[in-house]
Design a protein around this ligand. Structure first.
Ligand code: ADP
Length: 484
């Protein structure tokens, strides 16, 4: 049994802005089920304090660079027996709003201080310096918010082995040098092979340079981030680490209990591969929800996403507009929030095609399940996608994903083309170029295959048979921990 400290700034269902939260709950739970002593550390956001009932203070620590002593609270991750530690600094985390800003998109002005404090606390816990009498063998950090922790303990004797997982290289925690000075970080860390990135403080580099091993959330993304196109100037450093054998990609799993059409309480009619015809009732339900004509022969496209450029929202809008203008028999049901211009574009499209487009601007877990169950295909034309979870949920719900062939999308979907179709391996539709034309071409392929029910049904069943469980993925992490 290994002792693993798992550090993350989001953990579902306590705080979530995206896939990081899902992974930060499911992976520790899977590791726990494999008999590991895994404990999570998360900031004590207001939402966490409100959601958890059994919280107690287990330690009080003074951290370098911060005046007030900070409490460590203990609770249990809901629906599990995983110990949860919460870093309780009311001044930094007990406020209305999101994890990183007052609303989706904006940033809190004191984010550098908030996550430096978090990283310092992670480092102190990892070195068993807070009086909890528990020292991990492995410190597993996630994304830039935890990036300073591996740097802070790198040179300490008897430190745990460190793993740093990149969930999205686009967010790096970059701040002016003045932030580095204000945070009272060791000056020995300020150089170009350290935390400095072109005169800026990079939290992300802390994880990339000082951890013993870097993982990212799919094999293809692990290759992509070593290239100019996807590397954000860090491709040289990442290529070096890859050459040393210290960078690998492990595809995320999904929570097969939460995302299971057979038991999903949020959907209209539960179904499995055996009763897949019942999926139709969910299609009618979602059409009704969005006040669209309840037609079975119309191909319903689902879209659930943060509305940001990464997700190729503009490509979806352009391709769908083209298809609607050409009179294709499709409907789009869309749930998302993010950049105002995309929200507005979606509303405009809805106004223009009220019997073809359904739009819900917001965040709604239950509706996300209903769209997964009700749509025929799922749109994910991402410009880059470290892993992506929605295409995995879609496969499990027999909702065929249409994806750009990048990152985890490339690794999880088998294109309906040539031999894949003939051999019964196809599970979705893939395209390469990040253009509306390429997406439209894939959509055309989907529209014509949808008219061949036997082939379509076979694809749906093949998709539903795929196994993207954490049971499998957590095994890869365990092997990695062993190797360290
Ligand atoms: P990312 O982490 O880049 O946002 P992922 O596909 O890895 O993308 O994970 C997104 C997660 O957030 C999924 O669980 C998805 O269902 C959920 N999600 C995104 N937007 C919404 C929304 N508006 N309502 C409900 N769930 C959403």
């Amino acid at each position: 049994m290994r002792k693993i400290l798992f550090a993350s700034s989001e953990v579902h269902p306590l705080m979530k802005t995206g896939g990081l939260a899902d992974v930060s709950a499911s992976l520790p739970i899977a590791l726990r089920q494999k008999g590991q002593d895994v404990r999570i550390i998360l900031p004590a956001y207001r939402q966490c304090l409100e959601a958890l009932s059994d919280i107690r203070t287990v330690a009080t620590v003074k951290l370098d660079g911060f005046h007030l002593p900070i409490e460590i609270l203990q609770s249990t991750l809901p629906d599990s027996d995983v110990t949860l530690w919460l870093l309780h600094s009311p001044q930094h985390f007990d406020r209305d709003g999101g994890a990183y800003g007052p609303n989706q998109g904006g940033d809190w002005e004191d984010n550098a201080a908030r996550f430096a404090l978090f990283s310092r606390a992670i480092a102190a816990l990892a070195m068993d310096q807070v009086g909890l009498d528990w020292k991990p063998d492995i410190l597993h950090c996630n994304d830039w918010q935890t990036g300073l922790a591996p740097a802070l303990i790198a040179d300490l004797p008897k430190r745990p082995a460190t793993v740093f997982t990149i969930h999205n290289l686009a967010y790096q925690g970059l701040y002016p040098q003045a932030a580095f000075d204000a945070l009272d970080l060791p000056t020995s860390l300020w150089h170009s092979d350290g935390l400095e990135f072109y005169d800026m403080l990079s939290f992300m580099k802390g994880g990339l340079i000082y951890s013993d091993h870097i993982t990212t959330v799919s094999p293809t993304y692990a290759d992509e981030i070593c290239t100019y196109e996807y590397g954000y100037g860090l491709e040289g450093l990442l290529s070096e680490r890859a050459k040393e054998g210290r960078l690998s990609g492990i595809l995320n799993g999904i929570d097969n209990d939460e995302w299971n059409p057979k038991t999903d309480a949020a959907i209209n009619k539960k179904y499995s591969a055996k009763t897949v015809l019942d999926k139709r009732e969910n299609k009618v339900a979602i059409q009704r929800y969005f006040s669209l004509p309840e037609k079975e022969d119309t191909l319903v496209l689902g879209l659930i996403s943060r509305l940001v450029a990464q997700k190729g929202v503009d490509l979806s809008l352009d391709a769908i507009t083209q298809l609607l203008e050409a009179g294709e028999n499709i409907q789009l049901v869309c749930l998302g929030s993010g950049e105002k211009s995309y929200e507005q574009d979606l509303r405009v499209l809805r106004a223009r095609y009220p019997d073809k487009i359904g739009v819900n601007i917001g965040y709604n877990e239950a509706l996300a399940h209903q769209i997964e169950a009700g749509a025929d295909v799922f749109l994910m034309p991402s410009r880059f996608e470290p892993c992506g979870l929605n295409q995995l949920y879609s496969l499990r719900y027999g909702t065929l994903p249409i994806v750009r062939s990048t990152g985890g999308l490339a690794d999880s979907v088998v294109d309906a083309y040539g031999d894949n179709l003939k051999d019964g391996l196809a599970t979705g539709f893939k395209f390469d170029a990040a253009t509306a034309e390429a997406l439209e071409e894939s959509l055309q392929r989907a529209i014509s295959l949808f008219q061949r029910p036997r082939i379509w049904r076979k694809m749906v069943l093949t998709a539903m048979e795929q196994n993207f469980s954490w049971e499998k993925s957590s095994q890869f992490y365990l092997r990695l921990y062993d190797s360290l």
